[in-house]
Design a protein around this ligand. Structure first.
Ligand code: ADP
Length: 332
């Protein structure tokens, strides 16, 4: 009988619970046994396995975060740590592991498979949407909706006070969240790490908007953005504060800075994320039933697709310049 371990690892993302539910329910449907691991890879090392029944995952499809808890685990980065994890898996007769997480978690999983022969399937769940082999990762759609909701509220007060708001969005290396949320929220400017923008361009756009009678401006800034407005990281904690000050200095206008922070990670998963997570969770079990491993689940043009972990991690998801251009045109 197929005995599968499942864990969530790295940063949490809305929809992880929906994926867990699908793994447990489809695993039992396929006459397998599912054991949940608490606290990510740390739980493997600490031998924390819980046998799951259909009812164990009742009432979690709508919950954000992860009921399995997630953790970062330094020990798992070492071959000795991974050997301990594999020993515990073998002692529990578990030959396969499903990892719900991000790129770091998949790198760890790939090593566990290579060194210890444990079968591994990864399910991409990250609001950064930075995994290859899938159009979208679990959690991204919910985070976009969360940011839109926050910006709608900011917009109400921005209009009332005729102010410039600089809103900082999560995304240290990738600007997907800022880009999609920016287009959907009608931001005046979107700054992402992949496409540097100068202070002059930002101010020219603001000026143009005010000249045609705009009452307020919202600038979305991904947290990993650099640029001429952010020359000294010691002076400003984040690019949003640096940009807010630079605009005030250059244009003599009042700016307000809002860092949305961790609220972007929370909340009930959206319909799209619940459907994506349910499909990916069930698909991961199906792959193991077909004796496949070393793969990441993906959804490409609405179809389930599996890509090798190595390929998915090396395939850099591309920013869609058409969306960036469109957001610029629509906010002129
Ligand atoms: P995410 O999966 O969201 O990218 P992290 O990068 O923090 O999150 O990774 C989660 C965990 O995966 C780490 O705490 C560590 O245990 C493991 N991990 C990350 N990178 C590696 C690696 N290169 N080798 C082995 N394990 C890793």
């Amino acid at each position: 009988m197929l005995k599968i371990g499942v864990l969530t690892s790295g940063g949490d993302a809305p929809g992880m619970n929906a994926a867990l539910r699908a793994i447990v329910r489809n695993g039992i449907f396929r006459e397998g046994e599912i054991l949940a691991v608490q606290h990510g890879f740390q739980g493997l090392i600490n031998n924390q396995f819980t046998p799951m029944q259909r009812g164990s995952v009742a009432d979690i499809i709508q919950r954000g975060g992860t009921v399995l808890q997630t953790a970062r685990c330094e020990e798992f980065r070492t071959p000795e740590g991974r050997a301990r994890a594999a020993k515990n898996l073998r002692e529990n007769n578990i030959s396969s592991l499903i990892i719900i997480g991000g790129d770091g978690s998949f790198r760890g999983g790939e090593l566990l498979q290579k060194e210890q022969g444990i079968k591994v399937i990864g399910i991409p769940a990250t609001i950064d949407n930075d995994i290859g082999g899938t159009d979208f990762c679990i959690g991204f759609d919910t985070a976009v909706n969360t940011v839109i909701d926050a910006v709608n509220k900011i917009r109400d007060t921005a209009t009332s006070h005729e102010r410039i708001f600089v809103v900082e969005i999560m995304g240290r290396e990738r600007g997907f969240l800022a880009l999609y949320a920016g287009l959907a929220a009608g931001a005046e400017s979107i700054l992402i790490p992949e496409r540097p923008t100068s202070l002059e361009d930002i101010c020219n756009k603001l000026d143009h908007g005010f000249q045609r009678g705009k009452k307020h401006s919202i600038i979305m800034v991904a947290e990993g953005v650099g640029g001429d407005f952010y020359p000294n990281r010691a002076l400003h904690k984040t690019p949003a504060y640096a940009l807010g000050e630079a605009i005030s200095d250059k244009m003599g206008l009042e700016t307000r800075v809002i860092v949305l922070g961790h609220l972007q990670r929370g909340g009930a998963p959206s319909a799209r994320d619940r459907i994506l997570a349910s499909r990916m969770g069930a698909f991961a079990v199906d792959l193991l039933c077909e004796d496949k491993s070393g793969l990441i689940t993906g959804m490409v043009r609405e179809e389930m697709k599996a890509t090798s972990i190595g390929e998915a991690l090396s395939l850099e998801p591309e920013i869609n310049d058409e969306i960036l251009k469109l957001s610029h045109i629509l906010s002129l």
